[in-house]
Design a protein around this ligand. Structure first.
Ligand code: XIL
Length: 314
């Protein structure tokens, strides 16, 4: 069977990719799998480009962790998705505990995004991560509470100014189901475009459940590309309630296939990234109690039926 990235390329996509994280890079069999460019032509650093990792103290930037993953990708001939610039989570204390005024926080956001996007130039970036609640209202985080929606444009514009070649995305979860949250994202993209604010893509994270993949995912993707942006599935994993059974693995294979074919069928969908390729390093069990086995390789780095589901989806 052909590799995942080979299949993605044959379908006209830019990449198939995987998230990874720095502590995993001491696991040599894992790194060998990650470095196989037949499967992966793109890496996303799972943690090491986040705000707490890159600007732990105001104005002092640390690029080492992100750099390690960029260098691995370069060695392997893989693209990077930078992740991420502005998110409510994994923020250093100085961001959350200062009482900002509007203008100062906008400068802080612009400086943070401009610096990291300028440092890691020429990449695709999740500039804004998870701005909405599931009901489509804005998340009441430090950025929104102080600046309203203005932080979004400040971040995007600073990123564009720092690197005109970077592709700038807004990324969120549960957009896959349509509804209020997807509508809010579409409204945001339309309004940014109307104001001339740079935005190139919408990332659909794709943290999904076995048996729960929406049947109209393709039309959801098309509802975003109709606005003049590209889309990507940025953090795909399809979790199940444990224990694993053969029936669940077969359903998971079908589910992976259907997500992949939705992207395949939309020309503006540039690629798919799994949120790590093996159950050994998945974030799922520690986040969703009683659930796991969400990745296409098992914890012993053996391919699951989902692998063939991905290939046939393309
Ligand atoms: C997760 C990482 O995988 C974990 O290692 C970390 O402890 C928490 O964050 N949506 C995102 C990602 O955009 O940044 C999250 O990554 C998973 C959910």
């Amino acid at each position: 069977t052909i590799g995942l990235a080979v299949a993605a390329k044959a379908a006209g996509k830019l990449y198939f990719g995987s998230a990874t994280d720095n502590p995993e890079l001491t696991d040599l069999p894992y790194v060998a799998g990650l470095s196989n460019a037949s499967d992966f032509l793109q890496l996303t650093p799972g943690n090491s480009m986040k705000w707490d990792a890159t600007e732990p103290t105001q104005g002092t930037f640390t690029f080492d962790g992100g750099e390690q993953i960029v260098q691995l990708a370069q060695k392997n001939g893989q693209l990077i998705r930078g992740h991420n610039c502005v998110w409510y989570n994994q923020l250093p204390n100085w961001v959350t505990s200062t009482s900002w005024d509007n203008a100062t926080l906008l400068e802080v956001v612009a400086n943070h995004c401009g610096t990291i996007v300028g440092h890691w130039a020429g990449q695709i970036w999740d500039i804004i991560n998870e701005p909405f609640n599931d009901d489509g209202t804005w998340r009441q985080d430090v950025f929104y509470n102080v600046t309203g929606e203005a932080f979004v444009a400040a971040a995007l514009q600073a990123a564009r100014d720092a690197d005109p070649d970077a592709k700038l995305y807004i990324n969120d979860y549960n957009l896959e189901y349509g509804g209020a949250k997807a509508q809010s994202m579409a409204n945001l993209v339309s309004s940014l475009k109307a104001q001339g604010v740079p935005v190139d893509g919408v990332g659909l994270q794709g943290h999904l459940l076995v048996g729960g993949v929406p049947g109209n995912l393709q039309s959801i993707l098309e509802s975003f590309t109709a606005l003049g942006v590209e889309v990507a599935i940025t953090e795909l994993d399809i979790r199940m309630t444990l224990p694993v059974t053969d029936a669940l693995l077969e359903q998971q294979k079908a589910d992976y296939q259907s997500v992949i074919s939705a992207c395949k069928n939309v020309s503006g969908c540039i690629g798919v990234t799994v949120w790590d390729y093996t159950d050994k390093y998945s974030w799922v069990p520690s986040t969703f109690s009683g659930q796991g086995a969400a990745c296409p390789w098992d914890e012993n780095l053996i391919k699951k039926p989902a692998y063939d589901g991905i290939v046939s989806g393309f």
